[in-house]
Every structure is written in structure tokens, then in C-alpha cells.
Design a protein around this ligand. Sequence first.
Ligand SMILES: C=CC1=C(C)c2cc3[nH]c(cc4nc(cc5[nH]c(cc1n2)c(C)c5CCC(=O)O)C(CCC(=O)O)=C4C)c(C)c3C=C
Ligand SMILES: [Fe+2]
Ligand SMILES: [Fe+2]
Length: 339
Amino acid sequence: MKGILLVNLGSPQSPTAKDVKPYLDEFLMDERVIDMPYLLRAFVVKGIILNTRPKKSAAAYQKIWWEEGSPLIVLSQRLQSKVQSLTDLPISLAMRYGEPSIKTGLEELKNKGVTDVLMIPLYPQFAMATTETINVLAEQLRIKHFSNMKITSLPAFYNKPEYIDALAQSIKNHLKGFEYDHIVFSYHGVPERHIKKSDITKQHCKIDQSCCNTLSKAYEFCYRHQCLETTKQVVATLQIPEEKYTNSFQSRLGLDKWLQPPTDITINNLAENGTKKIAVITPAFVADCLETLEEIGMEAADEFLKHGGTEFKTIPCLNDDDQWAAALATWIKEWQNKA
Ligand SMILES: C=CC1=C(C)c2cc3[nH]c(cc4nc(cc5[nH]c(cc1n2)c(C)c5CCC(=O)O)C(CCC(=O)O)=C4C)c(C)c3C=C
Ligand SMILES: [Fe+2]
Ligand SMILES: [Fe+2]
């Protein structure tokens, strides 16, 4: 029997430093998120980051937390219900970090008689810190606990027409009546080193002006290419002229060189250079979360106004949008109909 496992990142149990700490511990000790050798990673994460960050992160989570819980989890559950209403296959929801875990999700499916799973990492663009770590953990769990199961992971859908159309339509709907001067496409950042590590050709990615536009097998696992391509296809669909949009990368952590340009600097520069009204879309996230609601919707918005901007619009993620749920249902059906 076939079944579906939707997987998102996960959130702490509650917006308190006590619960944020174990969540960040699991998240940042992942070798595909902070890709240092184990002892150095343990020193940096447990010895430095976990001493200060949980309190700061908990304060940020408190600003966006809902009565029902973490927005990321609640919105992922709403998406799950909507997609469930469009397919007869059982759908479970899991998180890479925290609860419900991938193991719990697979157990739930197993208890329903599922032996053939389509796992859908809820990230439009591939990154080793997101899609790859989900795939690796799922395979480890399969070998250890679910050896009779077959798990197929849906590849990144950054350029799939159903996703691009859902995103473009959602942006269009949210921008109705808002005469923006500029749109910022803000993607979650990653260290540049991650891009080079994921380059299957071992020589294509230069992280310069041209590499992500030069056809290569490296595209399949290049987060930067995939982000730029999502924007390219959305602006083509919506006919947004080149001078009216910018790509940027948010949420930098640590001292490494991350993808450029940073969202905060991009937005402040726009304001300082006289741009008054901007809209920000965050297409690396399919569900609103700390990074969209607080970092963009609160922090970046405040900074934009302080630097001379007058109107700042945060475009919500796809969340449980009908067209987005229908896109997932279409991909599920395509997989279901395969032999
Ligand atoms: C080295 C650190 C990090 C990398 C690399 C990274 C990549 C990455 N993350 C997301 C999606 C999300 N990240 C979220 C929160 C978050 N991310 C990091 C660090 C890295 N992320 C931290 C420390 C945190 C926790 C919050 C904080 O302390 O700032 C979230 C939100 C979770 C929530 O509960 O709302 C998401 C979603 C992507 C897509 C990505 C690489 C492409
Ligand atoms: Fe992150
Ligand atoms: Fe590239």
C-alpha cells in the first residue's frame, strides 16, 4: 500500500529557552547544518551557541507563537489536512527536528499498512541543510526500523510549473491594491561552502555572476541556482521588470561567508536610496515561521521604515493555499499512477 510523508523543519515544543535549547541542539548538531568535524561542532554549538542563543531565540519565538502552537507546525498540519482531502492515500506529517519526528511519521504510516512511501521534503529548493539531511535520516531509519518499506523522496520542485503557478498566483493576490516600488525575493541563506560541497561536478559552482546561469548537471543540487531560477520563473509569469525586483539571502549565523547579498542590507539600502514601498516574498519557506514572521515581518519591516521607507508588505508563504495543496496532490497522483 502507498502513503505520503510530508516533512518540514520543525520547531521547539514551546517558545521558552528550556524548550528552544534541545531543539537548537538537535538542529545545529546536524552535520549538514553546521558542517564542522564533530568535536569542533560540539564545542561551537554546545560550548558557545547554546549558552546564549536559546534565550534570544525564545524571545523571538514568543513574538510569533500562536495559541495553537508554532506557526510552522500549525500551518504544516493545515496543509496536510487540505492535501488529505484531495487524495485517498494516507498522509503523515513529520519534522526533521523535534516532534512529530520522521520515525513517528513512518511508524504511523506503517501502522496503516503502508509499505511504499512518497516522502515530500517541504522545501522548494534543494540544500544539504534541508532536503539532503531529511533524505539521509529517512534512509538510516528505513535500514534500522522499516526495512520492508520503500521510500522515494520527491526532488526539489523549485521549477515545477504547478509550484511556480501557485506561488505567482499567490503573490499576485497578495499584491492586489498595493502599488509597490520594488519586490525583494528573500531566500534563507546558507554558507557558500555548502554550495560547493553539493556541486556534483566538483568544479561548476564558482558562486559568481555566471555559474548559476550556465547549464550544468550541478543544477540538480545547487541551492543558489534553484533560488535564482524560482525567482526567474515567477517574475516571467508575473511580468515583473528587472529593475523592480532583487534576490537576497537572510538568516546568516556565524562567521562563514554566506550567500550574498544579505536581505537586511539589501532592504536598508533600498530605503536609503529612496525606495518607499516594498513587498518581500520568502520562497524558500512553504510555511510561515520564525524566519518570515519575525525576521522579515517585524525586524526587517522596522528597519526599512527607520531607513526612510514608508510601506512594507510581507507576502505570506503558500501555507495551506488551495492551489499549492492541489499542486502537491497532482505530484502525488503522478507518483501513485507510476507502476
Ligand atoms: C548554520 C545554520 C543554519 C543553516 C545552514 C540553515 C539553513 C536553512 N534553514 C532553513 C529553514 C528554517 N530555518 C529556521 C530557523 C533557524 N535556522 C537556523 C540556522 C540555520 N539554518 C537557526 C539557528 C534557526 C532557529 C531560530 C534561530 O535561533 O534563529 C526555520 C524556522 C523554524 C521555526 O520554528 O519557525 C526554518 C523554516 C532553510 C530553508 C535552510 C537552507 C536552505
Ligand atoms: Fe534555518
Ligand atoms: Fe552556481
